[in-house]
Every structure is written in C-alpha cells, then in structure tokens.
Design a binder for this molecule. Structure first.
Ligand code: ATP
Length: 235
C-alpha cells in the first residue's frame, strides 16, 4: 500500500535520512521505533508531504506520492504530528470539524463526529470547551479523532503517547489496536518500544541516518536477542 525506497531528507547540511526503506501493507499496524534522533519523525514528515525529500521514492497505491501535504490528505493519508497541532482557541467541536475540510457530505461528517465521541467519551464531555484547556491526553485523543474524520486509508501517528500518564498511554495503545482491528492501516512512530511491539503486526527498528537496522513480525522481533538487547533491555 505504502512503499518507501531509499528515502533521503535533509535539514540544511544535516542529512537526517540517508536511505530509508520500509513498506506498509493494507490493514497492518506497523511500528517504527528506534532511539532519539535517528529519523523516525523525519520519515513521517516526508510521507505526510510536510518535508520534501532530497532523494528516493514514496509510492502510495502503486503511484508516486507527490504534491505536498494537501495532496497527501486528498490521497487518504492522515498525519498526527508529535505536537498535535490542536487549535487551542477553538472548541473541541470546531477542531473536530477541521478534520472534515476535504469532505462535502455533511450527514456523513456528523455521523463520524458522533462515532469519534463514542470512541473517546472524554471528548464528549468537553465538546464545547476550548481545546487549549484540555489535558495532553485529551488533546491527543482530539488530534487522532480529527485525523479519523478525514476518513483516511492510512493513519500516520508520531509519538502519540509522549509525556502522557500511564493510564492514558494504555487507553491510547488500546485505541490504536482497535483502529487496526476496524481495518485501518496505521504507521506508528513510538518511543514506547515494549507497548508498540505488543500491539503491532510488524515493526522496523531505525538506526542513525534513518537506516533500518531490524525488521520483522512483531512477535518474532520480540523474541530476537538483538532486539531484546538493544531495545527492551532484557538480554
Ligand atoms: P525523536 O524521537 O527525538 O523525535 P526521531 O527519530 O524522530 O527522534 P528526527 O526528529 O526525525 O528523529 O530527527 C532526525 C535528525 O534530524 C536528528 O539528528 C535531529 O537533530 C535532526 N533534525 C530534526 N528536525 C530538525 C530541524 N527542524 N532542523 C535541523 N535538524 C533537525
């Protein structure tokens, strides 16, 4: 469904990605993990069209993915960045409705908003509140809901649980797993390697420069000595 080949991306003279390759197949929940600063966020930014690659290919449904962020959203790829991009001065409702800018079916949008409020009952209680007053966890739920209202085929999540309370982290991981169970394809960048490997179908482990160091079925990676030693501190 998504194919990334030899992707290169730079910030000025720093080449953050020096040849990243990965695949995401339809219906999969794929984890992308690795230590800080190896290029995970940069990979998602390039796929989402907010950062122009300097080399390599990104193919989506068999076609090159080009045209920046707006084209990516139209192609059915929703991106939730690490900073969530919630509009603090707008209400929860208004933020959710911003997810529908690519849609013209008002009834469908209303039904999807209802569905999101059922998915995250915390948001239902806060519906008319200013989003700036929400907790970090509530803002993350709002950012994910807003992305889902665009009815994406692929959801890109960048560190959705960063800085959140353990109970909220568990809720979010359960939600991400249930999205996959509903048929959504998800590429999840996470610091929380242990929980990611528990919910993912497959995972990629990124090393500095965006190089993929290990990859495979999550269950197999979890058992591999190299993965346990480097990323689970269990060996
Ligand atoms: P983290 O988990 O810390 O976000 P990451 O694996 O997502 O790490 P990236 O954020 O993709 O890593 O960063 C990859 C490299 O690019 C790092 O060396 C980082 O310092 C650098 N980098 C990231 N964003 C910028 C930027 N806006 N300007 C300059 N360098 C950047």
């Amino acid at each position: 469904m998504l194919s990334v080949r030899d992707l290169r991306a730079s910030y000025g003279s720093i080449e953050a990605l020096q040849g990243t390759s990965l695949e995401v197949r339809e219906g999969e929940l794929v984890g992308l993990v690795g230590h800080n600063g190896v290029g995970k966020s940069t990979t998602l930014k390039a796929i989402a069209g907010v950062l122009k690659p300097t080399g390599g290919r990104i193919e989506w449904l068999g076609e090159p993915l080009r045209g920046g962020a707006a084209a990516t959203i139209r192609a059915g790829i929703a991106y939730v960045p690490e900073d969530r991009r919630i509009f603090g001065g707008l209400s929860v409702e208004e933020n959710l409705r911003l997810g529908a800018t690519t849609r013209s079916d008002a009834d469908g949008v209303a039904a999807d908003v209802e569905r999101e409020l059922e998915r995250f009952p915390a948001l239902k209680k806060l519906y008319k509140r200013r989003a700036g007053n929400l907790s970090g966890g509530e803002q993350q739920m709002l950012a994910i809901s807003r992305a889902l209202i665009s009815r994406p085929k692929l959801l890109l999540l960048d560190e959705p649980t960063l800085g959140l309370a353990p109970i909220v982290i568990d809720t979010l991981f359960a939600t991400i797993a249930s999205l996959r169970d509903e048929g959504l394809t998800v590429l999840l960048v996470e610091q929380n390697v242990r929980k990611t490997i528990q919910v993912a179908d497959r995972a990629y482990v990124m090393a500095p420069g965006g190089r993929i160091e290990l990859e495979g079925a999550a269950r197999e990676l979890e058992r591999s000595d190299a993965f346990r030693a480097g990323y689970l501190s269990l060996a």
